[in-house]
Design a binder for this molecule. Structure first.
Ligand SMILES: Cc1ncc(COP(=O)(O)O)c(C=O)c1O
Length: 417
């Protein structure tokens, strides 16, 4: 057998719907030395990570921490820990990831009620309220940003409505946190999870989570410490045992508490990465990062429109960090993506389900929510489209995007004077 070659992946500019290029500072943090999981320096870093994620999630929740898994593991931990068999769960579905929440809830043996809206739109909070009033769910589970459609569900009113009917609200912010406004406490969201590989500028593999007091109480009722580490003081809660050991949030909270009750072995390198993602974001300022995503997203969208391409969905509700764009008639969508990748080293995204073959998805997020990334991608896309016979306006896209950047640069200069 031949020896495996050096690991030397090609240099790519990742402008799809995530993952994106990690910030070099995050990769650097991830190459720092390992320490033992109960080393005071490690438990100190765990505490710092909790404090940083409180700021990222805009919450005072004590339980703001990490699940050692990709974002889907964070979703699964939240749902399996909240849902007891037979509970009713309401899932407003506006894209693929809403279906994922319903699918995981079904595996938890919930009675799942889905309400759907056409892909490309979002729900009016009144529609969600009507469904809550009718079905009286224990949990309302929804995405903030559904990457499959690029739409951002307004959440500000949904938490208060759910509280009125004593329902818990779970939100998946994998694709939106750090690039779009999210206020866990002001919006009364009970559990929120995320991932690193989009606006947080890291690799996938860690799922930040925050758990509010109402959700904590629901989870604590189900606390059953596993045999072998339980002490006589660890009396089992009255609720049904959580059906996953790995994703048992009651045990994971114990592990992140001062008790440090051993559960899994914390993924040290991912914790370094996740901590650095949050540290960078907090140092920039969460609202400044959101504004940077808004500017990059608008510049990309304006550039695409200036080329003569049509954007997908309701632009008023578009996520700041990703845009869907129709593949022009007669243009081979996959050949264009391949041309971008092979000739320019740029990746953009295809799409799923009913949108497959109809739209591309182009991201401007995390480390790549930058002017140079936007302009390079627009220039390369124009070139590949022309080479593939697309009837588009040439030499319009980059100036349209630059116009927005110049205006923002002028505003910043004036503000600094
Ligand atoms: C909105 C949303 N939720 C969940 C996921 C799943 O994340 P992961 O692939 O990290 O498990 C994704 C991934 O793209 C996503 O966009």
């Amino acid at each position: 057998m031949q020896a495996a070659a050096d690991l030397n992946p090609p240099a790519r500019l990742l402008m799809g719907p995530g993952p994106i290029n990690a910030d070099p500072r995050v990769l650097r943090a991830m190459s720092t030395p390992l320490v033992g999981q109960f080393d005071p320096s490690m438990t100190g870093l765990m505490g710092e990570t909790m404090e940083l994620y409180r700021q990222v999630f805009k919450t005072a929740n004590r339980w703001s921490m990490l699940i050692d898994a990709t974002a889907r593991g964070g979703i699964e931990a939240a749902l399996v820990s909240l849902i007891e068999p037979g509970d009713t769960v309401l899932v407003p579905v506006f894209g693929r990831f809403g279906h994922l929440l319903a699918e995981i809830s079904r595996r938890c043996e919930a009675k799942v009620v889905e309400i759907e809206t056409e892909w490309g739109g979002v729900f009016d909070p009144a529609q969600v309220e009507a469904a809550i009033r009718k079905h009286r769910p224990k949990v309302v589970a929804l995405c903030q940003g559904d990457t499959s459609t690029t739409m951002l569900q307004p959440l500000a009113e949904i938490g208060a409505v759910a509280r009125k009917y004593d329902a818990l609200v779970y939100v998946d912010t994998t694709a939106s946190l750090g690039g779009n406004d999210l206020r866990t406490d002001d919006w009364q969201l009970d559990v929120v999870t995320s991932g690193l590989q989009k606006c947080l500028a890291g690799p996938s593999g860690s799922a930040p989570i925050t758990i509010g007091p109402r959700a904590e109480a629901a989870i604590r009722r189900r606390r059953h410490v596993e045999q072998g580490i339980a002490s006589p003081a660890d009396v089992a809660g009255p609720g049904a045992r959580i059906r996953s050991n790995y994703f048992d949030l009651a045990m994971i909270m114990d592990y992140w508490s001062e008790k440090r009750l051993n559960h899994h072995t914390e993924a040290t390198t991912m914790l370094y990465g996740a901590r650095e993602c949050a540290r960078i974001l907090v140092a920039e300022g969460i609202d400044a990062a959101i504004a940077r995503h808004r500017l990059a997203g608008d510049a990309m969208a304006d550039g695409l429109e200036a080329m003569g391409l049509k954007l997908f969905g309701d632009r008023r509700h578009k996520m700041a960090n990703v845009v869907g764009v129709y593949i022009p008639d007669g243009v081979p969508g996959d050949a264009v993506r391949m041309g971008l990748l092979q000739d320019f080293g740029i990746e953009i995204g295809t799409s799923f389900g009913p949108l497959h073959g109809k739209i591309w998805r182009i991201g401007t997020m995390g480390y790549n929510a930058r002017k140079d990334c936007v302009l390079t991608t627009l220039a390369a896309l124009e070139s590949v489209l022309l080479a593939n016979g697309a009837k588009i306006a040439s030499n319009q896209a980059v100036p349209a995007a630059l116009k927005l950047y110049r205006a923002a640069e002028n505003d910043a200069r004036k503000a600094a004077e």
